[in-house]
Design a protein around this ligand. Structure first.
Ligand SMILES: [Zn+2]
Length: 580
């Protein structure tokens, strides 16, 4: 078979309508284009989408041709149906997704799954495998349950008894793969239940299509392409097969490519390009192969990605995407649906409250010597429980104020003044019961933006989050660095200070730095920090060596030491570095 890259396969999705329209000449032209610019290892060839079922002979023609070129051919299904005879009419189904209580639709989807499994040994479901149906039949079957509970049970039944069970009955070898969409925070509302489906499906796949953060429906931070892939890899260890991105609403070639960079940085073994015909004669494709080759080299020997553990239970929402914002401030993040009890330091956002036992887990974690950073959203919802447990006396007043001045309390004169106002919640605390490491003020008022309490052997930090969490990007670098430093450990000893920057860190000690193409595109001087004693920073691609200076400062009444390198970096360029 073809193997264009060492660290991942390049994969392209062929939707049913595209497959149906191929003739041999078109298929050859397209294949040669994709092979030339991206390099094609594998396709998922769809049998069904909407009102389209591709005929056996056509599937065979495509499969035979691509296999003759050494391409792996697996199957795909999009679980959408147009209205058809026998199905109940007049349901307000979004995008043609199914009413899974309708007997005729249940029969149809079972047939579709059986047919795909009879042709392919691996079948993936595109991410229309959700349900928002609120028809009268669904209301009746729901009964007294809420929609989340009803859909959880419904989709467990559908997954086992209409999709995977029937497919395996037809072809016991078939590997059934469920792709989850890029909207993790809403899965439970629409019947996506990865915590249940992991026992039914063989593998998963994740949507990393972030597109334009500001100008698309979902307003997804760029970092989602990395952090959601990490989340799924931690949710289904060893069974998250790939990341999936597309060309839609990217508006620039860099934004398109960034999705692929971050998917690969997250360690995804398949890079799914959605979809076949969007790639053809598209300049976006022309740069892809070149960039994937560079990434492939960077990932050689790097091992698994690592970062600061962020606890995001399944079926949870609240302060959605906040950890991704932090990931774009130069802190490597590692979201996981398993409470990271064995770690030294963890971050909890409001989403952590999806676990109803989270406060007792947190108390135990801190008491035994862990450090936890919780956000103001977490405090807002769980403040009473935290105060009752004795973890903090701090509270949010409910008032907000505009911060124009920052004070890093550890360096005594670290005032940063005259900044554009950012609205923060007012966090009040017992003076000298807890200690503020970062204050935010305006006029004669200031309050804590980052507060530290102690409990048992550990510490609890409370981080104030601005009303508009994207304002985090506008904070002074040195103010954000206070938060980053609280999360450093021996395992996660490095961070970068710079705007719109991410740092990806790996088991072998290497790091990849990337500055997103956002706003004004120009070089920027950044600082890279570590608590490890090092003598230089090596940029591997160019072989350049950057000197390191030792910096000593006071923080939280203790002397702290960092080793700091400076570099000028250009947005859109990937830099692979290591400390020496
Ligand atoms: Zn329904």
């Amino acid at each position: 078979m073809n193997a264009h890259y060492r660290n991942f396969k390049t994969v392209v999705y062929i939707p049913a309508q595209i497959a149906e329209a191929f003739d041999e000449d078109k298929l050859r032209y397209d294949y040669e284009f994709i092979e030339k610019y991206i390099g094609l290892d594998k396709v998922y060839l769809e049998t069904h989408r909407g009102d389209c079922d591709v005929e056996d002979a056509q599937l065979k023609m495509i499969k035979d041709y691509l296999e003759s070129k050494g391409v792996i051919v697996s199957g795909g299904i999009t679980t959408t149906l147009d209205d058809f005879d026998g199905a109940e009419k007049g349901k307000r189904r979004l995008f043609g997704t199914l009413c899974y209580t309708d007997p005729a639709m249940r029969d149809r989807i079972k047939e579709i799954s059986e047919r795909a499994a009879s042709i392919f040994d691996e079948v993936i479901l595109d991410d229309f495998y959700f349900t928002n149906c609120t028809c009268e039949r669904c209301i009746k079957e729901k009964g007294d349950r809420d929609w989340v509970t009803f859909r959880r049970e419904l989709m467990k039944d559908v997954s086992a008894n209409l999709i995977v069970g029937p497919a395996k009955a037809v072809n016991p070898k078939v590997k059934m793969v469920i792709k989850y969409p890029n909207w993790r925070e809403s899965y439970h509302f629409a019947g996506y239940v990865p915590e249940i489906q992991d026992e039914i499906f063989d593998a998963t796949y994740i949507g990393t299509e972030t597109r334009s953060p500001a100008y698309t429906d979902q307003h997804l931070p760029e970092y989602l392409s990395y952090s959601l892939a990490r989340f799924m890899d931690n949710a289904w260890p060893g069974r998250c097969g790939g990341g999936w991105f597309d060309t839609y609403q990217c508006y620039s070639i860099d934004r398109y490519l960034e999705q692929a960079y971050l998917t690969a940085f997250a360690g995804m073994k398949e890079m799914m390009h959605f979809m076949w015909s969007d790639l053809i004669d598209n300049p976006f494709s022309c740069a892809m192969g070149l960039q994937l080759s560079k990434i492939d080299k960077m990932l050689d020997g790097a091992g698994s990605p690592k970062g600061i553990p962020v606890y995001i239970p399944h079926a949870a929402s609240g302060e959605n995407h906040l950890e991704m914002r932090l990931g774009m401030l130069g802190m490597p993040m590692e979201p996981t649906p398993v409470f990271p009890a064995g770690e030294r330091k963890i971050l909890l956002t409001e989403s952590a409250l999806g676990d109803e036992d989270v406060v007792s887990k947190l108390v135990k974690f801190v008491e035994e010597g862990g450090d936890a950073v919780v956000t103001s959203g977490f405090l807002r919802e769980a403040g009473d429980d935290l105060r009752k447990a004795g973890l903090t006396e701090a509270r949010l007043t409910g008032r907000r104020y505009a911060v124009t001045r920052y004070d890093i309390t550890g360096d005594f004169a670290g005032y940063i003044t005259d900044r554009d106002p950012i609205l923060f919640p007012e966090l009040v605390h017992g003076n000298n019961d807890s200690w503020s490491l970062l204050n935010g003020g305006d006029g004669d008022l200031h309050c804590s933006l980052f507060l530290r309490s102690t409990y048992g052997k550990g510490r609890l930090y409370i981080m104030a989050v601005p009303d508009n969490d994207a304002d985090l990007y506008k904070l002074p670098k040195s103010a954000v660095d206070v938060i980053k430093r609280a999360l450093l450990t021996e395992k996660n000893d490095t961070y970068v200070s710079g705007r719109d920057m991410s740092m990806f860190t790996y088991e072998d000690g290497s790091m990849i730095m990337y500055r997103y193409i956002k706003g004004e595109v120009k070089p920027e001087r950044i600082t890279i920090h570590t608590t490890k004693e090092v003598s230089a920073l090596i940029e591997e691609t160019s072989g350049r060596k950057f000197p390191v200076r030792k910096v000593e400062f006071m923080e939280d009444f203790e002397k702290a030491t960092e080793y700091v390198a400076e570099a000028v970096i250009v947005p859109g360029i990937m830099y692979k570095c290591r400390w020496e």
